[in-house]
Design a binder for this molecule. Sequence first.
Ligand SMILES: NC(=O)c1ccc[n+]([C@@H]2O[C@H](COP(=O)([O-])OP(=O)(O)OC[C@H]3O[C@@H](n4cnc5c(N)ncnc54)[C@H](O)[C@@H]3O)[C@@H](O)[C@H]2O)c1
Length: 253
Amino acid sequence: MTASLEGRRILVTGAARGIGRASALRFAEAGAMVGCLDMDGAALDELCAGPQGNRLHRLVGDVTSSEILAGAMDELAQRFGGLDGVVNSAGVDLEKPLTDVSDADWDRVLRVNLTGPMIVCRAALPLLKAAGRATIVNVSSGAGLQPLKFRTAYSASKAGLQMFSKALAMETAEFGVRVNAVCPGAVETDLFRSGLGEPEDAEGRRVVIRQRYALGRIAAADEIAAAIFWLTSWESSYVTGSVLAVDGGRTFH
Ligand SMILES: NC(=O)c1ccc[n+]([C@@H]2O[C@H](COP(=O)([O-])OP(=O)(O)OC[C@H]3O[C@@H](n4cnc5c(N)ncnc54)[C@H](O)[C@@H]3O)[C@@H](O)[C@H]2O)c1
């Protein structure tokens, strides 16, 4: 039986696609009200017009903007009366040898993947503390546990997000706010597909990628959303500061 999230109020970033979208829908199906934040307003429109749309609240904006996040928190406080959970799923990938990584590339990856979640958490904490029993789940990556070649910025940003989550868990525990990170392996999303290169090379790359995984396959976004759901529900009431690999067995050996 799926845990109920009836009455819970959750913010999901990167909610228009992939893992964020799957998480937002799963929360809504379990009875939660979900603030869906993404830069892509058209994709959010499509999400909110679909099933569960009456439980989804559209928030268009960039996670790297403190002003946007301050406004989003005011809006959620007014609309939902508070906030019980945050999922930071917005993220960007970059595959390049370091000598080709410009200062702007590096800044963008670190800004979206590490500074963004910090800005979201900082803005959300007053509401989460007031809720008394709240959660944050940061979507890191297996690349933050075991490095991927040509992904220095991405791997560093995701490893940083894990330690950020642990350090934050230390300071929020006394307020009843649990903070955890999940580390997906390869997940069938737009972000993953964009890293496969030219269409004629894509199947070959998929074969190589599958071989890295003990389970021998690429995950569906729902499988990552299931772990995020568990860490957001009271079923994980004694879990905080953890870094959970949801990676089909890429990083345990
Ligand atoms: N797909 C994978 O294989 C995989 C593996 C490990 C980790 N992850 C991580 O999971 C998270 C979600 O990835 P996904 O595969 O669902 O990606 P995706 O590209 O399918 O979705 C990401 C969403 O985030 C939004 N976004 C990007 N930058 C943003 C910003 N600055 N502000 C607001 N929204 C922004 C995009 O518009 C998009 O809708 C990312 O943090 C990614 O690093 C993905």
